[in-house]
Design a protein around this ligand. Structure first.
Ligand code: FAD
Ligand code: DLZ
Ligand code: SF4
Length: 517
């Protein structure tokens, strides 16, 4: 009988489990639907990237002789949702069964439960084997723990995959070289030029479509420069391994105003769409180390992000959803300040990170965690609003990876299920890792009063506000001791200045979600 294979927009992998055993006459269905482009108001570049990559993938399958039924966003009759498009496709093709690969997101997995009844055709949901740790393996690793730690999971994954292992031992005798990966960027050091991916006719058409249909979404299209095919993604990977990986480790946490992307890979959008696999990216980094082309702290640091963090957050997401998204351990209720959309703030670090994000649909990990994330944590922004922002603004953002990073790592809204302490820091951290402060109206050295860096006020105020919930965490003992050594009038000054600053955030427009440019 005839099989209809339904491939989702972030499943653009030739050896996707759903495409296994495709027989002559079977049909691959790919649909562009309004619901997916607007369930949150994604940044323009993200929509353009997904649609262009989908169209290129369809063209590649067709070039192989596979029949692809592709529904464009503007096609007449497009009903705008996965389920109803599936119903229309079933009427067109009369398949005996539908085959899909499990989706990345809980939201879509729930939809799939309705599809057999909706279409009247049996639906086979296959595992997504593009991850190095299956959901079942993660569940087994997690056991009945109530909190998880990435480092232990990561070691297990190194052993299980043999990546960066010398027999039973980790390469170089240590699992983790993070202590070497916190250098400040030396003055005058610049990252090597990045490859440019020329826009072809498919991408140009998609950019026009997005510009007209999503004109009021956040983001700029002119700087669009993402790989849209596996070939381009492979060349981005080659560039990274040869040019940037050698310094990736040393400057992994550094931030530079004039060189925001530094030595980062910019491979997350390609990985998340399926243009690259996690395994091949890790193997390429390991080989560079084995050849002597990249130091171990770089290769290990990079591999840990993928084999460790990426697999770990996906495991936690599927184990804990849907309850995971509902918690708000620090009871944070403040609305997201308007400047997250406009970049209009005098805090230079935030303005830079937000403008970079708008222009490139990208910011690197430390900008996300320690600038925009840290501020949202310290200011007590409602987790759901922070999450929506991160899901909208980045080209690599999908619920399964964004949610744990924001809910767990940034907002500590899970009360420590994912990380052992909140990533809270004062202005001193940002000053140490960046050159932002030298061009800021505030000073990280000033703690209170005129010119005081708001991160300084908010940091101590955050500790005071959340004392009951945080002081028993072993890793918070030190900051609370420092706080207790301050005299009480100083604490009172901090508290009242922080309160005044936070009240100033609630300007008109704060609650709006729509950003015009
Ligand atoms: P590199 O620094 O070069 O790292 C290499 C790869 O490691 C990345 O491509 C990515 O696949 C993986 N990786 C690194 N850190 C993480 C992490 N914490 N979790 C999962 N994978 C990781 N990543 C996303 O892919 N999508 C998101 O929506 C997303 N949201 C984030 C939100 C916050 C608040 C934070 C702190 C991090 C988020 N990350 C997200 C993780 C990380 O910031 C990005 O993966 C990374 O910046 C992508 O850029 P890169 O490819 O240059 O990464
Ligand atoms: C992100 C996205 C967008 C913007 N558009 C589409 C689309 O039109 N069609 C599609 O199949 N997928 C799209 N996606 C990716 C889906 O949202 C993604 O497959 C789900 O989040 C499941 O993980
Ligand atoms: Fe950011 Fe404070 Fe530095 Fe200004 S002084 S850039 S607000 S950390």
């Amino acid at each position: 009988g005839l099989t209809l294979v339904f491939v989702l927009g972030d499943q653009l992998t030739r050896d996707l489990s759903a495409l296994d055993g495709l027989a002559p006459g079977d049909i691959v269905l790919i649909v562009e639907v309004a619901d997916e482009t607007t369930y949150v108001r994604h940044q323009k570049q993200k929509i353009a990237l997904v649609l262009s990559a989908m169209r290129h993938f369809a063209a590649e399958l067709r070039a192989e002789g596979i029949t692809v039924d592709y529904v464009e966003l503007d096609a007449t009759g497009n009903t705008g949702a996965f389920g109803t498009e599936l119903v229309r496709a079933v009427a067109r093709h009369r398949p005996d069964r539908i085959v899909v690969t499990e989706p990345g997101e809980w939201r879509v997995r729930r939809m799939m439960d309705d599809w057999p009844a909706l279409t009247g055709v049996p639906v086979e949901i296959r595992d997504d084997d593009r991850f190095l740790c299956s959901r079942a393996e993660f569940r087994h690793w997690a056991g009945d723990r109530r909190s998880y730690r990435m480092e232990f999971f990561y070691r297990e994954m190194r052993r299980r995959t043999g990546i960066l292992m010398d027999g039973e031992e980790p390469a170089g005798g240590r699992w983790n070289f993070d202590a070497e990966n916190r250098k400040r960027l030396p003055k005058g050091m610049r990252s090597p030029p990045r490859p440019v991916f020329e826009r072809d006719a498919i991408t140009s058409r998609v950019l026009d479509l997005v510009a007209s249909r999503f004109a009021d979404h956040f983001g700029d299209l002119d700087a669009f420069d993402w790989p849209v095919t596996r070939r381009e993604a492979l060349s981005a990977l080659d560039w990274f391994i040869a040019q940037a990986l050698p310094r990736f480790g040393d400057y992994q946490d550094a931030m530079a105003e004039d060189d925001p992307r530094l030595f980062h890979a910019l491979l997350s959008p390609s990985l998340n769409l399926g243009l690259l696999t996690a395994r091949e990216v890790c193997v390429a980094a390991e080989q560079a180390y084995r050849r002597g082309d990249a130091p171990l702290n770089a290769a290990e640091g990079f591999i840990r992000q993928i084999l460790g963090w990426r697999e770990y957050v996906r495991g936690v997401y599927w184990l804990e959803m849907p309850a995971y998204a509902q918690t708000n351990a620090l009871e944070a209720e403040r609305p997201l300040p308007w400047f997250y959309w406009s970049g209009d703030t005098e805090m230079n670090c935030l303005a830079r990170a937000i403008m970079d994000t708008r222009r490139h649909a990208y910011a690197h990990h430390i900008q996300r965690l320690m600038v925009t994330g840290n501020f949202a944590l310290l200011a007590g922004i409602r987790p759901a609003e922070i999450e929506e922002w991160y899901l909208i603004v980045y080209a690599d953002a999908y619920d399964w990876v964004e949610l744990p990073n924001v809910h767990g790592m940034v907002a500590f809204a899970d009360g420590g299920m994912l990380a052992s302490k909140p990533y809270a820091a004062s202005g001193a951290y940002i000053d140490r890792m960046s050159d932002y402060c030298s061009r800021c109206v505030y000073s990280p050295q000033i703690k209170t009063g005129k010119g005081a860096c708001p991160f300084n006020l908010l940091y101590w105020d955050f500790l005071m506000r959340n004392r009951r919930k945080l002081e028993q965490l072993p890793r918070m003992a030190m900051p609370y001791r420092t706080l207790d050594r301050m005299d009480s009038s100083r604490r009172e000054t901090i508290r009242s200045e922080a309160r005044a600053f936070l009240e100033g955030l609630a300007e008109p427009g704060t609650k709006m979600h729509v950003a015009t440019q």
